[in-house]
Design a protein around this ligand. Structure first.
Ligand code: SF4
Ligand code: SF4
Length: 646
């Protein structure tokens, strides 16, 4: 994989993942600077850039958050350097302020933002559509269809950014990021892009009177997009039926049109330039159309804008898309769903198979009345759960127990990370609220202030170590300054685990693998004036005592729950300890237990032996943390070397 990123092999065809193709495009563009905060589906981009940064002589950084990442790119642009900022859709919202203000003053060196959207929210809390951010900030946006486009669009975006003097956003979605396709490599630059001296009178200062300048740049982008080399059309010269598609929708539609033999009847217009829309390019094909189907992922962004374009030119067209239920209003496009949509659009009778596939893939689509839902599930559905040996399971179990000792129910506010799962069964339904990254501390701080007015409940919030650095520190400062009555838990598992173990400031390592002095969470909390204690959630007695005691204290308290992520520890070189059940002691589903380990505790390693009607350890899943042995009411779970060493 690394070879394809830096190979001096122009013209060679390589099989590349979309994220890899974007990296290769950045290398071919001669970037000088790259910054990101991890977020799926584009986490791998900065990870790969970090690996090749020294070889290709550019700087790569895992910033503490997306605002820091984008602001640093804007800064380097002042020197004429080419910079790349990589974010996911939530990250683009996080850096909305520099995005909108930076769009006013524009850029000097090319600045490209790769923004990855996550239709179906596979690894997100929402399905935000970043196209609206481009529209709101007056920033041009393009979207690749193929892996080749993904690579080629990066140098194109730098050329456009420098020509317009504006940032350019490349939007990608999950299937393009993670899919693979052939990519023909381009030339590598002999030297990366140059810098120029920043003169005394150089200015990149945001001010409201520059709004018109931003609009002028957008209009220039529109003129450029009329001839954008990535926009394509195939089909009859004057189509009566037109499909407008972007991203994955184009490939699904192209295949379907061919399969159904509709090439002579249906036009397929594929849009890579999403904002601003190339009106003349679209109108050339749309003016003859009686019907238009719009295929896009997440919101009806193109559909609304193309409808408004049709209205502007007085066209009377029957539109099909998300607004009519012809494609799903939520979730991802799928090949089967698109077959259904195009058949319906083109008036081709639907078979039961089409309807069955569509039912499985078109969430929210309007199906004919006779369509029956196929109740058969090919696989059993499994609950989302913390991994075996995850320290968060112990944390939430002990927190729940500590709060049960209070005379009123506790209020627990979550945050974003693996531990967001605690709002489900695996975390004992611990949370009442989770909103967005870094929000937990401030939400809890607000509730904590109400205790002075008679609100008589314990308030707890929590965040992981990566989230702590990302956006908890200002909230903690605010809570400390105003002495909110609450307990903050920092779930320090020494990892940004959810996105693939990218380094953060607590770990003492950078994106390029250099060792640096780590930031100490305890010292930061103390510097913010907090009362701080640390515990190991696997030490259940000590942790239970600390939780109970701190909950009784007034004011702001911080308890750092420190235990490395189970996957990091046990995928490494630490040997697993053997854990087993002494079935002669196991109470099973009898009184005093009722299958506590497999029913309540719920670690994937705690299983059930249906033959003997007793508990058993699944030795494949179990990582030997030993916590279940400490909680078993009958002392039936045995740990090699004794449970106290756990
Ligand atoms: S918690 Fe202990 S006693 Fe209860 S089922 Fe599990 S092993 Fe048996
Ligand atoms: S020792 Fe118990 S809690 Fe730990 S991983 Fe094994 S089964 Fe799960």
């Amino acid at each position: 994989m690394k070879w394809t990123l830096t190979a001096d092999a122009a013209g060679r065809t390589c099989l590349m993942q979309g994220n890899e193709a974007l990296v290769r495009g950045a290398v071919e563009s001669g970037i000088n600077y790259a910054a990101s905060y991890p977020g799926s589906p584009s986490s791998q981009v900065l990870g790969m850039l970090g690996e090749i940064a020294d070889e290709r002589q550019f700087y790569a950084q895992w910033s503490v958050n997306e605002t820091c990442a984008l602001e640093s790119c804007i800064g380097t642009s002042l020197t004429g350097a080419r910079s790349l900022c990589i974010v996911k859709q939530n990250g683009l919202l996080t850096c909305a302020d520099p995005l909108h203000c930076g769009a006013l003053h524009g850029v000097k060196g090319g600045l490209v933002i790769i923004s990855s959207d996550d239709p179906n929210a596979h690894s997100s809390t929402n399905e935000l559509d970043s196209r609206f951010m481009a529209m709101s900030a007056d920033i041009p946006m393009i979207e690749p269809i193929t892996m080749q486009d993904a690579k080629d669009m990066v140098p194109y975006a730098y050329g456009l950014s420098e020509k317009l003097g504006q940032m350019v956003i490349i939007r990608v979605t999950t299937r393009v990021c993670h899919g693979r396709g052939n990519v023909v490599l381009g030339e590598l630059p002999e030297k990366n892009h140059g810098f120029t001296e920043v003169s005394e009178w150089e200015r990149m200062c945001a001010a409201s009177f520059l709004h018109q300048a931003a609009i002028d740049r957008l209009n220039n982008a529109k003129a450029e997009f009329e001839n954008c080399p990535f926009n394509k059309y195939q089909g009859p010269e004057e189509p009566e039926m037109l499909i407008v598609a972007s991203g994955t929708g184009h490939l699904y539609a192209k295949e379907t049109v061919k399969r159904l033999g509709l090439e002579e009847k249906v036009g397929l217009l594929s849009l890579a330039s999403l904002w601003p829309l190339p009106e003349d390019f679209i109108m050339k094909r749309m003016k003859s159309a009686k019907k238009v189907l719009v295929l896009e992922e997440i919101d009806p962004f193109m559909e609304r804008n193309i409808q408004s374009l049709a209205g502007k030119f007085g066209l009377s067209i029957e539109f099909h898309g998300k607004l009519t239920g012809s494609i799903p209003s939520v979730g991802e496009l799928t090949p089967d769903g698109v077959i259904y949509s195009i058949k319906e659009f083109a008036g081709i009778p639907l078979s039961d198979t089409d309807i069955g596939f569509a039912e499985a893939s078109l969430v929210g689509a309007k199906l004919p009345a006779h369509a029956k839902k196929d109740e058969k599930e090919p696989l059993l559905r499994r609950e989302l759960a913390f991994c075996a040996g995850c320290p968060h399971r112990a944390t939430f179990y002990l927190l729940k127990k500590a709060l049960r000792l209070e005379k009123t129910p506790g209020i627990v506010i979550g945050d974003i990370g693996c531990y967001t799962l605690a709002c489900q069964q695996t975390g004992f339904y611990a949370y009442q609220q989770t909103t967005c990254m870094g929000s937990g501390i401030s939400a809890a701080q607000g509730i904590g202030q109400l205790t002075a007015y008679g609100m008589d409940q314990k308030v707890v919030s929590m965040a992981g170590d990566s989230t702590f650095f990302h956006s908890v520190i200002p909230g903690l400062l605010n809570a400390s300054y105003h002495n909110s009555n609450m307990l903050m838990l920092v779930l320090d598992n020494s990892a940004t685990a959810m996105t693939g173990f990218q380094p953060h400031p607590g770990l003492g390592i950078t994106a390029t693998g250099k060792q640096v002095a780590p930031m100490d969470i305890t010292k930061i909390c103390e510097a913010l004036g907090c009362t701080v204690e640390t515990t190991d959630p696997f030490d259940v007695e000590a942790t239970a005592e600390k939780l109970h005691r701190l909950l009784q204290l007034p004011g702001l308290k911080v308890l750092i729950m420190r235990q490395p992520c189970a996957t990091m520890t046990y995928k490494g070189n630490k040997e697993k300890r053997r854990v087993w059940v002494d079935q002669s002691k196991c109470l099973g589903d009898g009184c005093g237990c009722d299958k506590f380990c497999s029913r309540v505790w719920g670690c994937p390693g705690n299983s059930w032996d249906f033959k003997n009607n007793k508990a058993v350890i699944d030795t494949v899943s179990c990582v030997g943390c030993g916590v279940c042995a400490k909680l078993c009411p009958a002392g039936a779970i045995q740990v090699e070397g004794g449970e106290q060493d756990a």
